[in-house]
Design a protein around this ligand. Structure first.
Ligand SMILES: [Zn+2]
Length: 330
C-alpha cells in the first residue's frame, strides 16, 4: 500500500472508532423522518423553518439556538404524551423545576465521555422524572421527562404548539459567575442558573447530530465553517481550551501562549484556537481584537449581532462571548 493510501485508511479507521451513539430525544421514530416538516413544531408564524436552528424567527432577526420537535401523541386533554429521552450517555448537570424563565422546566446533561464534552438541553417539559437529580449518570435513551409547553415569556406556548426544545453545544466559561457579577446592567436580575445560564452556552445545529445513530462530535464541531476571527491576549489560558483541548490547532501549547487566534462560527461558537507565542505580531494591543471575516457570512454575522452592519466593529454577541471566555485569564 502506498503511503497516501495507508494514511487515508488510518484516518478512516480513526474516524469510525471514535463516535458517540445518538438516540432521537422524543417518542418519534427517527426512521420515519423524511424532511424537517415531519418533526418541526413551528412557532405562531406557522412556518416549519421557524423550528430549526439559526436566524429563523421574526423575519431573520431572532436567533433560535436549538430545534423544536413536535409531539406524536396526545391525551384526551390535548396534552402531549411523548416521552423525552437522553440523546446520548451522560450525567445530569442541571435541573430546573421552577417556572421562572423562557425554558420553563428543563434539564441539562453533560457528556464527558463524548469525543468533545458537549451539553444537551431539554426544555418546556411538562414534568421531569421524579427521582432525577444532578450527578445522576444515565445511558443513552433513558426516559427523563414528558414533553410539554412550560415557559415564562412575553407570550405563553399554547398546548397546541407543545414541543421539545432541544439544544446541543459547549460551555463558554467555568468562571461565568464572576463575569455575570461584573455586569452593571445585570445587577437587578440575579443569575439563577450558575454556569448553566443560557448566556454561557454556545449551541450548534443539533440536526446533523440527531439525524444519525452514531456521530463523532469533535469532528462535527471542527467541520463547522469559520466566519470570523479574533485575537486575544491572555496571562492564563481560558478554561474553555482545558475543557475542549480537541479544538486547539495542532502545535498549540497553552503553557507557552501569550494569546490566541480564535476562529468563530457565524453564530458565535469559538471553534478553533491557535496559540500565539509572546513574540507573535498577531497579538492585539489591548485585551482582544476582531481581525478577520469571511464575506460569505456577513449577512448572518450582522443579523446575529456578531458584527456591526458596516462589518467594521464587533457587536454585542461577539463582545459578550469573548468577554465571558476571557474571564479569569488576566
Ligand atoms: Zn425552541
Amino acid at each position: 500500500m502506498n503511503r497516501g493510501l495507508s494514511t487515508l485508511v488510518c484516518l478512516l479507521l480513526a474516524g469510525s472508532l471514535a463516535a458517540t451513539e445518538i438516540v432521537w430525544p422524543t417518542s418519534m421514530d427517527r426512521t420515519t423522518i423524511r424532511s424537517y416538516e415531519d418533526y418541526a413544531q413551528p412557532t405562531v408564524s406557522g412556518k416549519p423553518e421557524s423550528a430549526l436552528f439559526g436566524m429563523v424567527r421574526d423575519e431573520q432577526q431572532r436567533f433560535h439556538e436549538g430545534v423544536d420537535i413536535r409531539p406524536i401523541s396526545r391525551g384526551p386533554n390535548g396534552e402531549p404524551l411523548d416521552r423525552v429521552f437522553t440523546a446520548m450517555k451522560g450525567s445530569v448537570a442541571y435541573l430546573n423545576q421552577q417556572l421562572n424563565g423562557p425554558y420553563g422546566k428543563y434539564v441539562i446533561f453533560y457528556h464527558p465521555e463524548a469525543e468533545l464534552p458537549v451539553y444537551t438541553l431539554y426544555a418546556h417539559l411538562a414534568s421531569i422524572e421524579k427521582n432525577l437529580k444532578v450527578g445522576d449518570q444515565l445511558p443513552k435513551g433513558a426516559v427523563i421527562a414528558t414533553m410539554g409547553h412550560t415557559s415564562i415569556n412575553a407570550t405563553a406556548i399554547p398546548k397546541e404548539r407543545a414541543h421539545l426544545h432541544f439544544e446541543i453545544g459547549l460551555v463558554l466559561s467555568a468562571n461565568f459567575g464572576n463575569w455575570y457579577n461584573q455586569q452593571p446592567d445585570l445587577r437587578a436580575t440575579p443569575n439563577q442558573h450558575g454556569i448553566w445560564n443560557g448566556q454561557n452556552l454556545a449551541g450548534f445545529d443539533p440536526m446533523p447530530v440527531l439525524a444519525r445513530s452514531s456521530v463523532n462530535l469533535l469532528d462535527s464541531v471542527r467541520q463547522l465553517p469559520t466566519a470570523l476571527a479574533v485575537t486575544m491576549r491572555t496571562k492564563r489560558p481560558p478554561d474553555f481550551i482545558q475543557r475542549y483541548p480537541g479544538l486547539m490547532a495542532p502545535g498549540s501549547d497553552p503553557a507557552k501562549a501569550a494569546g490566541w487566534y480564535v476562529e468563530f462560527t457565524w453564530h458565535g461558537l469559538p471553534k478553533r484556537w491557535t496559540a500565539l507565542p509572546p513574540e507573535s505580531q498577531q497579538l492585539p494591543k489591548g485585551a482582544w481584537s476582531y481581525v478577520a471575516l469571511d464575506q460569505k457570512f456577513r449577512p448572518q454575522l450582522v443579523q446575529r449581532k456578531m458584527i456591526t452592519a458596516d462589518a467594521k466593529m464587533p457587536a454585542e454577541t461577539l463582545i459578550r462571548n469573548v468577554d465571558i471566555l476571557l474571564t479569569g485569564t488576566r
